[in-house]
Write a protein that binds this ligand. Structure first.
Ligand code: ADP
Ligand code: MG
Length: 666
């Protein structure tokens, strides 16, 4: 018998193992889901090889999974007739976790159970014998169900219920030799080659033998195992036998006739597919015959996706050809703006032996994708019309991806009406936070209004306070509020909607607005400046320009302000949110030089004028000018140094309070 060689797990792997073995989790049962999904993956690989006509060991072996429970020896075995692993593959696949995967896992665990995960990750991560065990009292059981299974750490979840694990495997592509991998989940594992005598009855595939921990003996009960499978693995595409008895699963649900499928089954399948604990928001189940034949089962998740960051590589639909899984997460099946969709596509019209590399240029695939896009858009159109609440929920979760549809020139006329934006409109009877469609905006537009106006702002409050919006408010003209960087690109990309061009309120000229009467009473206007005062005001403006120096391009008198003392304008017509976005892209955090426009009728500037006339060099003018400028920066989202402003404000307030007290003889 060959010697077993002992090896060390890599540091990242040890960290993950340490957390899994020493923390308490609700949902430990998902270890079985992970073992079964690995078995199923291994079987898919054999089926795929065979479909391509490649020869595999024990070609006649049925593709199936066997679970064996042994209460006397306290072991649970999961065996499959899948591709198996060679010695090298065992070392590589079971001894290491991709570094990125384990880091992501640890980070997510931290989110799930902050105190615990960090305590354990920081502490003894060397897998030594004397690690601190967390007792049930100081640990909140947390739900590892969603996190495990991502990031390639699924196999290790078996150590949540086992104190020893042995994996025996014979590769479908090897020479028939068998190896046993063993570990107790601490710092090391061993690998041993079986002698020809020991291996002679072994066939292709893998057996995972878990020695069940004292506190997990429930997993030696058949009924318990059955309920776990029903809950998590009910749609596995291969037969499962428990202690020799067939357990009925529902493979290829998408091939069943629609009317025979319950909502419950759809939900279960969705959970099986995504590990999402929330049922999907909506289901789209289609059978298409022309121009290509395919069946698809697509879900709109009811939970937030994270496709810009952590899950950015985890989208696409699973592609089956005649029930054989050809590619997981295939991205040629949907455009990126539908990346939030989950689901499967199964077609008869592709050859089984298609190589994954040539899928991309495949005409059949392109046709399937086009049909899916049309069908999903039609579905969303119906939802927007018939179930506004659901549509709002959809938009809240996935709108940030869907907005990228401005890129889809073919479907532009269909995607634009589906977009939603916040608005300065007070929402009539519906309340303030209602989003609006372009069509709704048009329905409220002023007669003769040409443009669809927008304003970039972090919130509705900020939009309403923005001095650029002041004239619009006075005239009762609505503007869309763009809250995300992509919004402006989307509008820019679309250009116009039904002949109404999109335009930023920052770029509004008098010609755009003068024709519309005021609907709001303007703030009582101060008497116009006398000719002599006008001259002084021009000097004050020059003085303020001197104070601000090269922080501004210019300081000017404005004719577009009423209630606000000042605003920042840019000359070249790029609106500030676009500018901000470009600056982020260029990693530029300097403050752009703009033109400070002043309202000569505002009480603040009138008071400053009085000070200036009496004492042109008064230092109070300095701090007031700087604070006024910082205020406008703040409203436009550019203020990088709030501390100087805070300090100046305090000083000004202190002085003002003193004067007030003196004046009132308090
Ligand atoms: P993932 O399944 O996400 O890759 P796991 O931790 O579940 O991560 O499994 C790690 C790897 O171990 C798998 O990718 C696979 O290569 C190998 N493996 C695990 N179980 C089996 C099995 N039953 N048959 C063949 N290979 C397996
Ligand atoms: Mg796995």
């Amino acid at each position: 018998m060959a010697e077993a060689r002992t090896r060390q797990f890599r540091a990242e792997t040890r960290k993950v193992l340490n957390i899994l073995t020493h923390s308490l989790y609700t949902n430990r049962e998902i270890f079985l889901r992970e073992l079964l999904s690995n078995a199923s993956d291994a079987l898919e690989k054999v089926r795929f090889l065979q479909s391509k006509g490649e020869s595999v060991r024990d070609a006649d072996l049925p593709l199936e999974i066997r679970i064996t429970l042994d209460k006397d020896n306290k072991t649970l075995c999961v065996s499959d007739t899948g591709v198996g692993m060679t010695e090298e593959e065992m070392i590589e696949n079971l001894g290491t976790i991709a570094k990125s995967g384990s880091e992501q896992f640890l980070k997510d665990m931290e989110k799930e159970a902050p105190q615990k995960a960090s305590a354990e990750a920081d502490n003894k991560t060397e897998g030594s014998e004397d690690e601190d065990r967390l007792t049930p009292d100081d640990a909140q059981p947390s739900d590892a169900s969603r996190i495990i299974g991502h990031f390639g750490v699924g196999f290790y979840s078996v150590f949540m219920v086992a104190d020893k694990v042995e994996v025996t495997s014979v590769s479908a592509l090897g020479d028939g030799s068998a190896h046993v991998w063993a570990s107790d989940g601490s710092g090391t594992f061993t690998i041993r080659a079986l002698s020809p005598e020991e291996a002679k009855d072994l066939k292709r595939g893998t057996t995972v033998k878990a020695s069940i921990r004292e506190d997990a003996t429930e997993f030696l009960e058949k009924f318990r195992i059955e309920s776990v499978i029903r809950r998590h693995s009910n749609f596995l595409p291969f037969p499962i036998l428990i202690d020799g008895e067939r357990f009925n699963t529902t493979p290829a649900l998408w091939r069943e006739p629609k009317f025979s499928i319950t909502r419950e089954q759809y939900n279960d399948f969705y959970r099986y597919l995504t590990y999402d604990s929330k049922p999907p928001l909506d289901v789209i189940h289609l059978s298409v015959d022309a121009p290509v034949q395919f069946t698809t089962l697509i879900f709109i998740p009811d939970s937030e996706q994270d496709l810009f960051r952590e899950q950015r590589d985890e989208w696409g639909l699973d592609l089956y050809v005649r029930r054989v899984l050809i590619a997981k997460d295939n991205r040629d099946l949907i455009p990126n703006y539908l990346a939030f969709l989950k689901g499967v596509v199964d077609t008869e019209d592709l050859p089984l032996n298609i190589s994954r590399e040539t899928l991309q240029e495949n005409v059949v695939l392109r046709k399937i994708s086009q049909t899916i896009v049309r069908q999903v858009l039609a579905h969303l159109e119906r939802m927007a019309k018939n179930d506004k609440e659901k549509y709002a929920a959809f938009w809240k979760l996935h709108g940030k991806y869907f907005k990228f549809a401005f890129n889809d020139f073919v479907h532009r006329d269909r995607v634009a009406p589906l977009m939603r934006f916040a608005t300065t409109w007070d929402g009539g009877e519906k309340g303030e936070n209602e989003l609006t469609s372009f069509d709704e905006y048009l329905s409220r537009m002023k007669p003769d209004q040409k443009n669809i106006w927008y304003i970039a702002a972090p919130s509705r409050e900020a939009a309403l306070l923005n001095p650029h919006f002041e004239r619009f408010r006075r005239k009762g003209i609505e503007a869309l509020i763009l809250t995300e960087a992509v919004d402006e690109f989307a509008l820019e990309g679309l250009g116009k909607y039904k002949d109404h061009e999109f335009k930023s309120v920052e770029q509004a000229t008098s010609a755009d607005l003068d024709a519309f009467p005021d609907v709001e009473e303007a703030a009582p206007k101060a008497a116009p400046l006398e000719a002599e005062d006008k001259e002084s005001f021009d000097k004050l403006v020059a003085r303020m320009k001197e104070i601000l120096g090269d922080q501004v391009k210019d300081v000017r008198v404005s004719d577009r302000l009423a209630g606000s003392p000042a605003l920042l304008a840019s000359e070249d017509g790029v609106s500030s949110s676009m500018e901000k976005f470009m600056r982020v892209m260029q990693k530029d955090d300097s403050i752009p030089k703009k033109i400070l426009e002043l309202n000569p009728d505002h009480p603040l500037l009138r008071a400053m004028l009085r000070i200036f006339k009496a004492d042109p060099d008064n230092t109070l003018l300095d701090s007031m000018t700087r604070n006024l400028f910082d205020n406008t920066l703040l409203l436009d989202g550019y203020l990088n140094d709030p501390y100087a402003m805070a300090e100046r404000s305090l000083k000004l307030m202190g002085e003002a309070a003193g004067w007030y007290a003196d004046l009132r003889k308090l």
